[in-house]
Design a protein around this ligand. Sequence first.
Ligand code: SAM
Length: 478
Amino acid sequence: MELPTNLDKKLISYLSNLPSDYWNFQCDDVREYSHGIHGYPAMMVSLISRNIIKLTNSIYDVNSVLDPFVGSGTVLVESMLAGINSIYGCDINPFALYLSKVKTTLLNIPALQEESAKLRENIENMYVRYKSQIEHADDAMRQIYGLDLSAKNGWGSDAPKYLEKYKAENYFDIDIPQFKNLGYWFKPKVVLILSLIKREINNICDRDIRDFIFIAFSEAIRLVSNRRNGEFKMFRMPADKVNKFDPDVKNEFFTILYRNIQKMAEFESACQSSNSTVSIYNNNAMSLEDIPDSSIDLVITSPPYGDSRTTVAYGEYSRLSLEWLDLFDLSDKEIRGIDKILLGGQKYSPDFKYDISSRILESKLTHIKNVDLNRARDVYSFYADLEKAIAAISRKSRPNGYQFWVVGNRTVRGELLDTDKIIAEIAEKHGLIHIYTFERNIINKVMPSLNSPSNVSGVKSSTMTKEHIVILRKQKKL
Ligand SMILES: C[S@@+](CC[C@H](N)C(=O)[O-])C[C@H]1O[C@@H](n2cnc3c(N)ncnc32)[C@H](O)[C@@H]1O
């Protein structure tokens, strides 16, 4: 067992002397710069990453940063702001890769503004040309084809078929997407306007500008779909709301696009001195084949906190965007299968033999197994994959390089799974030393007065939950 180095001691002493609310960032703007472009589930608070980079840079020179679970690219954006030379991000959700690429690609802002103005003009012209077909689409589906636009079957299951018929009968000459459930999530008029906007974006020649604009389109898609807003899981509005829903699609899209341009312009100015190279790879965190071994000065990451089925479904969140954007030649089946390839996506056989390097987990799992074998298999599968990821990420760190893991703990069948402690234990088996763990409060939601100590109607109380930041260091030599 290696003894703590002087740098470890310096780090621990610095962290343990910080005020207790230092990492809360309750009043800070965490959506500034390109962080504010498009949502993503379980995004890291940007200032956590900023402060970790600053702190590590004050201890040694950080020239390379890796986030092996890059998601929406928070760590990459912060690494660019800090002027880090080599910045790497990996994920296997194609939408995460696309979003991270857009958020970290600096654009020529006047050219972007010019393309956006042209795009608006083209969309308006096309809209005028097809106005009557677009505006009458919902009524035609109801009255001529006898469809209930809120029904699961009929419009909900066969929208592409009905729209093709409508297009042929009404001279509407724009491609519409063909994916399953198109009608379940979108009303006819909305599909036609989105298809028109998509066609015009596709005509933009500059690929980076086109991608940037498609990300605004992706956010608009979510807002004008029949999904209940404000939730990451896909739930549809109740039927009466679907029937009344009439979003202003063009306006939603352009509002988002102009906001994003503003965010990107601010990011560009803040990055002016940066010579960063950002490389984003479609690599599984369990292998990370494109990242050079022993090369990374600093890892900052927030892994999923469980499998997608029972915790956060990143694939499900990304589905509508991927189905509309047809970016990576993905089939509908592949898009629907994303959650199954993420950490813990494949269940282990019922008689799995325990083979994970954590005694803490073993004892918790024994209890879970006694009450619910199925859930025990989910849990086992997630941590078995996490161990493979820890091993791969360890191989990428350079000797003495630090890793910061931002993790949430969860409870399964009454057993608290302390992922922070489990990671620290597993890490020791893979050439890493556990240096320190600290907690931060996250104010994740405001609850109604039911939970308020005062119990006065209308008085709101905040629910605090904790997140742990686990610091590991790669051994000097193996
Ligand atoms: C908590 S999110 C990361 C969020 C990110 N820090 C941000 O700020 O947006 C976890 C990410 O891990 C990705 N992921 C899950 N399993 C993976 C695997 N085996 N390899 C690479 N990425 C994976 C998910 O797609 C998701 O984007």
